[in-house]
Design a protein around this ligand. Sequence first.
Ligand SMILES: [Zn+2]
Length: 127
Amino acid sequence: MGSWNEACQACGTAGGPLTKFSLGKDFFGRSYDRLSPLSDQNPKRYCAACSIHKNLQRDFRDIRAEFDKLRAGQGSELSKGDEFRRSSLRLHEIMTILRGTQQQSPFLSGHDVTLLMERLNTLTMPV
Ligand SMILES: [Zn+2]
């Protein structure tokens, strides 16, 4: 326990304030405990920049998972018009943030985000 405060677990930056990252709710407001009980048992510590990127990655993954379900014909949050629009907006926001930061995200590549945005655009928006 005592060695937590040393360095960011993503980029290795030491000496700055670190944030404990705990998953909590996903992008669609669902509890991670219910979905993936193992994922939240070892909260990691990240520096400020990395926590921002970690949040982006979490939202991106949630959206991509729902997109995959939708394409597979399973029940998906994206079959709801509101969630579809919200997800689409969030992807744009993520892209804007990725483009606006100097630091390369340790978690997420802009290419993946662009790809998912393009794939979302090929779908008909549900009503
Ligand atoms: Zn970091």
